[in-house]
Design a protein around this ligand. Structure first.
Ligand SMILES: *Cc1c(COP(=O)(O)O)cnc(C)c1O
Length: 472
């Protein structure tokens, strides 16, 4: 029963006291015609509603969550505690005195510069995709400022996340797709053919979505720069290299980071994201406004001359910024390096333990790897989707499915550094059980998962036509 069906006319959880503010007449053009259809319930019914919903969700606090590319690492509870300190919780962006908050953002910007090898950062974008879009607008503003107006194409490898072409397209660019080599890296010949006087930028994820570090990065940077284009770093996969290699040192001009991935702030249903964008000095002037700078009297906001303007209300998702900075300070330089290394170790360990599923990623992988179930499907009819659903019955979140698009029947595993050896061993055991079941009794997969409140929803329909309010 939904909370709408439990609604009883006139029932309330919280009687409001008489309002002593004078009534103000708002023009009817701003008012809705009908009252919103909110459920009317008592406090206990509301509590039960949310408790029930929380039990239906699965988060990293519930179990193993190897969702590739999403870096579902543990979110330390200390970060939550710090973000809930009185001075942070009750702050308002419009109050006169926000020096402490400005200092925090200034320190975070400096830390992110140090980690990525960039010279300046904006903390405004609310997600990775939003950061990509911000950076694409900056790239356009840069070329326009040089009167280099014919640069209307952005090159994107076929292993890229779907947000890359979408963001570039939204910023008015045409997309040039280039294929990857069989080992998943940028095809250098194809790249050379693709660049030219119309190249605005190349968007690259390194390590890429196959979990491979593209060793040609220096040459790639040369090719793009010589053609007059800029090199953009999709930082969603920074986790295995943080503190070890800096994108800025390998030729990238702009980056976005996903604080909700690499820097351990909750994500998905767990909370809002944050996708800061960093750039080299020569692009700093184009960053969104307002920015923060330190003066003799403290911190102040300013707008640079060629700023692309505001990308978000106020200054970004401030609570997320607190948590990310807390994470960085807790780990410190050595901690970040160690965490990156363990993420790589964990991925290679799990890959080795489940090598009966053929890996698309040859040799050592970075923090994630992709297996193809094409052979298993041909032999048994059990597809990547069926296999992933089966994993749910073992108390695990499925890996990323059917991504990157260049691998057939792909499952992408990213165990992250926060999982113990025992957890990885148990996951490998469960995956082996499922594999053997697929060979022995493939029809068992048709109804999996059996242990969840909802089994096999129509995912497209659920996303496109969600039924959020009960029909009358
Ligand atoms: C997650 C991800 C993105 C998009 O980031 P969001 O924060 O989800 O908008 C972009 N690229 C890659 C490789 C990703 O994994």
């Amino acid at each position: 029963m939904t909370i709408f069906e439990k609604s009883v006319e006139g029932r309330t959880a919280c009687p409001l006291s008489h309002c002593d503010v004078k009534e103000y007449k708002i023009s009817s053009s701003f008012l809705r015609e009908n009252a919103p259809k909110l459920p009317q319930v008592d406090e206990l019914t509301a509590i039960r509603h949310y408790t029930e919903l929380s039990k239906k969700a699965f988060g990293v606090d519930d179990g193993f969550y190897p969702l590739g590319s999403c870096t579902m690492k543990y979110n330390p509870k200390l970060n939550e505690k710090v973000a809930q300190l009185e001075g942070f919780m009750n702050i308002h962006p419009l109050q006169d005195e926000v020096q402490g908050a400005m200092k925090l953002m200034n320190i975070l910007e400096k830390r992110l510069c140090a980690i990525t090898g960039m010279d300046a950062f904006t903390l405004q974008p609310a997600a990775g995709a939003h950061g990509e879009f911000t950076a694409m607008l900056m790239i356009r503003a840069y070329h326009t400022s040089r009167n280099d107006l014919q640069r209307d194409k952005v090159i994107v490898p076929d292993s890229a996340h779907g947000t890359n072409p979408a963001s570039a397209n939204m910023a008015g660019f045409e997309i040039v797709n280039i294929p990857s080599t069989p080992d998943g890296c940028v095809d250098m010949e194809k790249l050379k053919e693709a660049v030219g006087e119309d190249t605005a930028a190349l968007m690259l994820t390194n390590p890429n979505t196959l979990g491979i570090f593209d060793k040609n990065i220096a040459e790639i940077a040369d090719i793009v720069h010589q053609a007059g284009g800029l090199l953009y770093y999709d930082g969603a996969n920074l986790n295995p290299i943080m503190g070890i290699i800096r994108p800025g040192d390998t030729g990238f001009d702009l980056v976005h980071l996903n604080l909700h991935k690499t820097f351990s702030t909750p994500h998905g249903g767990g909370g809002p994201g944050s996708g800061p964008v960093g750039c080299k000095k020569f692009l700093e002037d184009f960053l969104p406004a307002p920015r923060i700078r330190e003066t003799e009297d403290g911190f102040e906001f300013f707008k640079s001359e060629n700023s692309i303007g505001r990308m978000m209300t106020f200054y970004g998702n401030f609570a997320v910024l607190i948590k990310a900075l807390c994470y960085i300070e807790t780990l410190g330089r050595e901690g970040l390096r160690k965490s990156a290394k363990i993420s790589v170790l964990n991925a290679n360990y799990l890959r080795k333990k489940i090598e009966f599923l053929p890996s698309y990623t040859k040799g050592l992988c970075m923090h994630e790897f992709v297996v193809s179930l094409e052979e298993l499907k041909d032999k048994t009819g059990v597809a990547a989707m069926d296999f992933a659903k089966g994993m749910i019955d073992y108390g695990m979140h499925p890996p990323t499915m059917y991504f990157p698009l260049i691998v057939k029947e792909a499952l992408m595993f990213e165990p992250t550094e926060t999982e113990s050896k025992e957890t990885l061993d148990r996951a490998a055991w469960a995956i082996k059980e499922l594999y053997e079941l697929a060979l022995r009794s493939p029809e068992d997969f048709h109804n999996m998962p059996l242990s969840t409140p909802i089994t096999r929803p129509d995912e497209v329909k659920a996303a496109r036509t969600p039924e959020l309010i009960a029909e009358e």
